[in-house]
Design a protein around this ligand. Structure first.
Ligand code: GLN
Length: 546
């Protein structure tokens, strides 16, 4: 069968869930027996988001092959339950870098290099690679930003050309827009949608479906109006009211007939009937009343929750599996340094320190680890969260505040976290860390091994610094367990504090491999420990019943 392409553009405003919509539509197709991959086209000029501030961009999502990508790829992987690769995220920066490198090599034989055809051809070449490298029947392509942005024009032009290159019957354009609500009259407005569709048409793209996002119920008459004014089939105008349950989106789209409509328009026969029971169970569980477990998430970008998207999702998945509801208390690590937020740690059933870079807020995170260790509160550290746990432990066993990572104090006499030898001398910031999937062997009898219940696991990394092995024996003697090591034994991948209900941290990022119906074993273990703590603290008889 010819590869099918479903292209997602955004209208009116961004941040209305285009990525989630694309991911959910991927699920509709997967449920019908097709192999699906997804690709995000980011119009910014950075080569990848790896060097961008989480405040600007939210989380950097890491793939198996080490690509540092947009957080929408996390939605795709979680909804479609597939592993993506580096061609699944392209940016203007990558496209230009490639074309300019070819020009310098003389590959264009003296030709004048232009946006059309050279840039658009490179975009199309990479779109082709997404299907080829993953063997997908259907490629979902999401264009970042909204129609009308200068930067996205070459992408949209390439996609317009794609329609004639691969055949109209093999492409389908979905335009995701927003219906603003006018408080004074209580009305939803379709005019911005009409404008964004006419903008799209002016560059030669006619949408096949409009997904009208809104915070309020959308009347059928409004859908008729959108269909009429935007020249889209009435059945292809899909109202999508905001839901508090993320994993309900595929169910809502299925219910609205999107899956069957796509089959018809793309000339596809379902290979099997969708089975939604597992998703329905998840959604019902999410809606059900469950006892709360409070997790203090101590980070430095906590004002922007998107910076910890996968961590938050992984906590939710694990909470569902443990029959609890996770309430995240966002704690700013720099606040802890000023003595603010300690009361939140006191109330916490678990403390989580996620990844991060740079020294700001580091002492606050070390305080959080100390609080968790001394008060026996379950602690889970992710990447920097492991390094912080190690620094805190070193300060305790060596009885000095001088122990540190050389990332934060170059001349510390106790460099318990240090650069890997192969990282010394690297000057470039982009794409030069230990990135992607690495094996980790687990030691018998450890908490990590009990959680995973297997001897060898593969996890995704994104860091420059490692545990310094010169300190290993001293740590072990004082009660730290190095329960996960690289198979050659040289790199510490998981550390645990003995004589503690759950104080475990990983040099890798387990959050990227958690799926709604397959919670990550370490997140599940952490929440189980937090749940046990909550039961003790609350002492409610009813609380024990789940
Ligand atoms: N800054 C630390 C390092 O580079 C931790 C990175 C992270 O948490 N992802 O090793």
């Amino acid at each position: 069968m010819a590869t099918k392409y479903i292209i997602f553009t955004g209208g009116v405003v961004s941040s209305v869930g285009k990525g989630v919509t694309a991911a959910a539509i991927g699920r509709l197709l997967k449920e019908r027996g097709f192999t699906v991959t997804a690709q995000k086209l980011d119009p910014y000029i950075n080569v990848d988001p790896g060097t961008m501030s989480p405040y600007q961009h939210g989380e950097v999502y890491v793939l198996d092959d080490g690509a540092e990508t947009d957080l929408d790829l996390g939605h795709y992987e979680r909804f479609i339950d597939t592993s993506l690769n580096k061609v699944c995220n392209m940016t203007t920066g990558q496209i230009y870098a490639e074309v300019i490198a070819k020009e310098r090599r003389g590959d264009y034989l003296g030709g004048t290099i232009q946006v059309i055809p050279h840039i658009t051809n490179e975009i199309k070449r990479r779109i082709g690679l997404a299907g080829k490298t993953t063997n997908a029947d259907v490629v979902l392509i999401e264009v970042g930003g909204t129609v009308g942005d200068i930067e996205s024009l070459p992408f949209l032009e390439a996609l317009r050309q794609l329609r004639s290159d691969v055949g109209r019957e093999n492409t389908f354009f979905v335009h995701v827009t927003w219906l603003p609500h006018i408080g004074a009259t209580g009305e939803l407005k379709t005019k911005p949608t009409q404008h964004s569709v006419s903008e799209l048409r002016s560059i030669g793209i006619a949408p096949d479906m409009i997904i009208a996002r809104s915070d309020y119920e959308v009347e059928p008459s409004l859908c008729e109006k959108i269909a009429l004014f935007c020249d889209v089939d009435r059945k292809a105008v899909i109202p999508m009211v905001t839901t508090s349950v993320l994993y309900e989106v595929p169910l809502l789209l299925e219910h609205a007939g999107v899956g069957d409509y796509l089959m018809k328009r793309l000339g596809l026969e379902s290979r099997r009937s969708p089975v939604w029971s597992e998703w329905e169970k998840l959604v019902n569980l999410e809606r059900s009343h469950r006892p709360s477990v409070r997790i203090a998430l101590v980070g430095k970008y906590v004002e922007l929750h998107d910076a910890y998207m996968s961590v938050r999702e992984a906590l939710r998945h694990a909470a569902l599996s443990q029959g609890v509801e996770v309430e995240i208390d966002w704690v700013l690590s720099t606040d802890l340094e000023k003595g603010i937020g300690l009361d939140v740690l006191e109330k916490a059933d678990g403390i989580l320190v996620p990844g991060g870079f740079g020294s700001r807020g580091i002492e606050g995170k070390i305080q959080a680890a100390r609080f968790a260790r001394t008060h026996k509160i379950p602690y889970f550290g992710l990447c920097l969260g492991m390094q912080v746990m190690v620094i805190e432990f070193a300060r305790y066993i060596f009885n000095t505040d001088k122990a540190n990572s050389t990332e934060f104090d170059r001349s510390t006499p106790f460099p318990v976290i240090d650069l890997m030898p192969d990282q010394r001398g690297i000057a470039d910031m982009g794409g030069t860390m230990r990135l992607g999937l690495y094996p980790c062997s687990l030691s018998e009898g450890s908490i990590a091994q009990e959680c995973y219940n297997k001897p060898l696991v593969f996890e995704r990394h994104r860091h420059r610094f490692e545990f310094n092995n010169t300190f290993r024996d001293q740590f072990v003697a004082k009660g730290m367990v190095f329960s996960g090591l690289s198979p050659d034994g040289l790199l510490v991948e998981i550390a645990e504090v003995a004589d503690h209900p759950f104080m475990l941290a990983t040099q890798f990022h387990p959050e990227f491999l958690s799926r709604p119906n397959r919670p990550h074993p370490l997140f599940a273990g952490f929440l189980k420990a937090a749940k046990a703590k909550a039961q003790i603290a609350q002492g409610e008889p009813g609380f024990q019943s789940f």
